[in-house]
Ligand binder design. Structure first.
Ligand code: GLC
Ligand code: GLC
Length: 823
């Protein structure tokens, strides 16, 4: 069952009903001001940091779900409705939500009135712009009352939902003309305020939630809306809100538009205050000084007419079209595949922006940016925005410790490592090598390696970025266990494989609690990762003029491969790990958890033991034991009881999360492994099982957005097999883009050229792949005769050298067209 459709021409996903199985959301903003918006206009806005600088309030896990957002109420006689259906939930005659890149349009109509709402955050503006158009499609004159509504968050979102003894008393506002200003805590230590304005003179307003709602009422039936009479309230503590009320008369066929702006302003200390209160100003306490509104007024002026707002909207669309144009796929005859090529890149940008902070599954008040998470997110965006990837990699490296280990997370606003969670996740250092490798292969920017970067943000302890990578690599070499495999620490990529935890206390965090000295438990996955990144590290060493270190890396990788073949192979597949007692994890000898996906994926990507046929054997075991109609489960059989020696992985019910769910993050490792080992058609079969555009018809079971990946789909052991959770912010986005662009399309940035080795599925006979690389547009016209056959690459136009499947444009060339005949 579907709940909408792709409008490919408009580049939008069109949701046709407000009754989606879960709120289907989108993100606004790509710089410093961000907002989440669901298909019923729910969500919230923040500046830079979803925890520390939250602008509007959101209640999580609420009933009914997703009740907070930007609400527009339309009162037409006795009927009150919202164009986005919520919160009144008045049945609509027509409803549609269009999520596009960086914007959302919601349209609703009722009793002959149509409302069109456009929401976007323009580039270069700290504001959510809302253009609302009301049109009378009936034959009668309409007298409507339009009421807007947002609820302020008192800045720190964590405090806002816990510290009521303080924050019920602190709320302060000002009202002037069409603008409501939220200035709580501005007086003392803040240099910022927010406002909500409309480009018309309102007939009434409210800033006090209780006055607006009335006693006992919810957002579905506010007194100010039902009565059509705003309270003109000025908040004084409690819960400040912002609401405008406008009387709108429409002749048959007539329409009127309004521009609302939810803005954020910072004012330097010396300019904080206005000289005197403006005429007509209302505020919480008249004895108090008045905020300097000049920057807010400038922002309001920028969107003071619909024409101005729409100009900004067109600029935003042009921006996104350019942003997403550096890789594209066309002429395949498979619309779903081309949708994936586009929407997957959009998700990669969102994931880069938000890391794992703010979604409808991440509260925005929890963790900051993960060291390994963001290092992997780089893989999805380096081709689109290399300078931003460079800046982030710098920040990541600056949270590394002098011994090469790293803070597991850091805060985006302060860029400091998060001491609560600390360090000792032994895979972390290697992901940095992977991220920097991807960046340098993309850009050729070897100078980056010579940049000075601090350790643990210390102003005195600095070294070159190359030295950071060296310490990352050596951290693994220097922390090997009894079998010559890397010690796991608190966990590796699988956060829930806590082999040194041994916790019996429900108040312990599985990730932070360590009861063992960590000298025994080893990770086969880290060993494989080490082999996987070693060639990049060796190449980076050579770029940095360190031939000796490059040779060292190659020797160590060969040693590690030997250790894996000796102690990390179970006969039919790769083992997962050794526990603290030296027992095998992920072995046929185990009661549960006999086989894990991670080591089959990384083992086959790194082609460990290729001379012995291990990669193919491992991949065949994946097919046999882990494959399901909904993707590849992370392990099988799931753990049925709690294992003290394994930690969180055995705490989930069978089929969920790391205990046997389909982790969409590591399915692409198997997809890449299949292509790298010569089986592109099988790779494709896996690809379509989790690619959201191909799941659209099964949305009633899958339940989450068909335009983005979710982290997890319930596995075969779960009663709700096929049901997805945790959409949007997941390493799934970047890795599936790697699988699609670099392996299925076969276009990979290498240090010395662009690899073009398309391995498209058999049903795609022809395709055009466009890829910008180091300032040159490469257009590859593919003829796909037999997708596992040899690839012949030839230049059609433009000057370039071709060496097998590696191409490099001549100096000064801007466009190269190639023909690739496969099979
Ligand atoms: C709050 C605090 C309390 C303090 C009082 C006066 O009630 O909980 O500890 O004494 O405020 O500041
Ligand atoms: C989550 C974490 C990621 C981890 C994965 C598997 O997605 O963000 O760091 O690798 O779970 O446990």
């Amino acid at each position: 069952m579907k709940f909408g459709h792709f409008d490919d021409k408009a580049r939008e996903y069109v949701i046709e009903t407000p009754h989606t199985p879960y709120p289907w959301i989108n993100y606004l903003g790509n710089e410093e001001f961000f907002a989440l918006v669901s298909n019923t206009a729910g969500g919230y806005a923040f500046y830079k940091d979803a925890r520390l600088r939250r602008l509007t309030r959101y209640r999580y896990n609420d009933v009914p779900l997703d009740a907070n957002g930007r609400h527009f109420y339309i009162k037409d006689g006795d009927t009150v409705w919202n164009p986005g259906f919520k919160p009144t939930r008045t049945p609509l005659d027509f409803y549609e939500c269009r999520h596009g890149f960086g914007y959302t349009k919601i349209a609703g109509s009722k009793n002959g009135v149509r409302a069109d709402l456009l929401l976007f955050v323009p580039n270069g503006a700290n504001a959510e712009v809302q253009v609302l158009t009301l049109r009378n499609d009936s034959k009668k004159r309409k007298k409507l009352v339009l009421t807007s509504f947002v609820e302020w968050c008192l800045w720190n979102a964590q405090d806002d939902c816990t510290n009521f003894q303080r924050n019920f008393s602190t709320g302060e506002v000002e009202v002037l003309g069409g603008a409501i200003y939220h200035k709580t805590e501005y007086r003392e230590r803040r240099d910022h305020y927010a406002f909500y304005s409309v480009n018309a003179k309102p007939d009434g307003f409210d800033t006090d939630r209780e006055t607006f709602l009335g006693p006992d009422a919810g957002y579905d039936a506010p007194r100010a809306v039902l009565s059509g009479k705003a309270g003109n309230s000025v908040a004084d503590g409690w819960s400040p809100i912002a609401s405008h009320q406008l009387k709108v008369e429409l002749k048959p066929g007539e329409s009127k538009s309004f521009v609302f702006v939810l803005g954020y302003v910072e004012v330097p200390e010396k300019d904080k205050w206005a000289k005197k209160p403006e005429r007509g100003l209302l505020q919480t306490n008249p004895a108090m000084a008045v905020v300097n509104k000049a920057p807010a007024l400038a922002l309001q002026k920028r969107f003071s007419t619909v024409a101005k707002a729409m100009r900004e909207f067109r600029a935003l669309r042009a921006f996104w079209d350019a942003q997403l144009s550096h890789f594209s796929l066309s002429g395949t005859g498979d619309a779903k595949l081309e949708r994936m090529a586009l929407w997957n890149q959009y998700q990669c940008v969102v994931t880069y922006n938000f890391a794992r902070s703010a979604s409808y599954f991440e509260s925005g008040i929890g963790r900051g940016i993960g060291f390994r998470d963001t290092s992997q997110d780089m893989l999805g965006v380096v081709h689109q925005m290399a300078p931003r990837a460079r800046a982030r990699l710098f920040d990541v490296a600056a949270t590394q410790f002098p011994d090469g280990s790293a803070y597991h997370q850091f805060q985006p606003l302060t860029k400091r490592g998060n001491a609560d969670i600390g360090s000792n996740f032994n895979d972390d250092p290697l992901w940095l090598v992977l991220g920097v490798g991807a960046y340098v292969r993309e850009t050729g920017d070897a100078a980056f390696l010579e940049e000075m970067v601090p350790f643990d943000n210390s102003p005195t302890d600095k070294a070159t970025l190359y030295e950071h990578l060296r310490r990352s690599f050596h951290y693994t070499v220097d922390h090997l266990g009894p079998h010559g495999l890397p010690l796991i620490g608190r966990a590796d990529w699988n956060d829930c494989l806590n082999l040194n935890c041994f916790s019996k206390d429900p108040n312990d965090s599985f990730q932070c609690c360590t009861n063992k000295d960590g000298k025994n438990a080893e990770s086969v996955m880290i060993a494989q990762m080490f082999c996987y990144v070693a060639p990049d590290y060796a190449a980076l060493s050579r770029l940095a003029g360190r031939e000796e270190e490059a040779a060292f890396a190659e020797r160590e990788a060969a040693k590690m491969e030997k250790a894996i073949c000796k102690a990390g192979w179970d006969g039919e597949w790769f083992l997962r790990a050794y526990d603290d007692f030296g027992h095998r994890i992920g072995s046929k000898a185990c009661e549960d958890g006999k086989i894990f996906i991670e080591t089959q994926g990384f083992g086959s990507m790194a082609r460990i033991g290729a001379d012995k046929g291990y990669p193919i054997k491992a991949l065949d075991s994946v097919k046999k034991h882990l494959d399901t109609p909904w993707g590849i489960v992370i392990l099988d059989p799931p753990y049925r009881r709690y294992h003290l020696e394994l930690g969180e992985v055995s705490s989930y019910p069978p089929g969920y999360k790391e205990n046997g769910g389909v982790f969409c993050h590591n399915n692409p490792w198997v997809i890449v492994g299949e292509v790298a080992n010569g089986r592109p058609q099988r790779a494709w079969e896996y690809y379509v099982k989790i690619a959201p555009a191909y799941l659209e018809e099964k949305s009633d079971v899958h339940r989450l957005e068909p335009y983005v990946y979710a982290q997890m789909v319930a596995g075969k052991a779960a009663r709700r097999h096929g049901e997805a959770k945790n959409s949007w912010l997941t390493g799934t986005a970047a890795w599936n883009f790697v699988a699609l662009s670099q392996w299925i399309c076969g276009v990979r940035a290498e240090f010395g050229g662009l690899r073009a080795e398309p391995r498209l599925p058999a049903h795609v006979k022809k395709a055009t792949i466009r890829r910008d690389w180091r300032g040159v547009r490469y257009e590859i016209r593919v003829e796909n005769r037999r997708n596992d056959g040899p690839v012949r690459l030839e230049v059609v136009s433009g000057k370039a050298t071709v060496d097998g499947t590696l191409v490099r444009a001549a100096r000064g060339e801007k466009k190269v067209v190639l023909r690739a005949v496969v099979g």
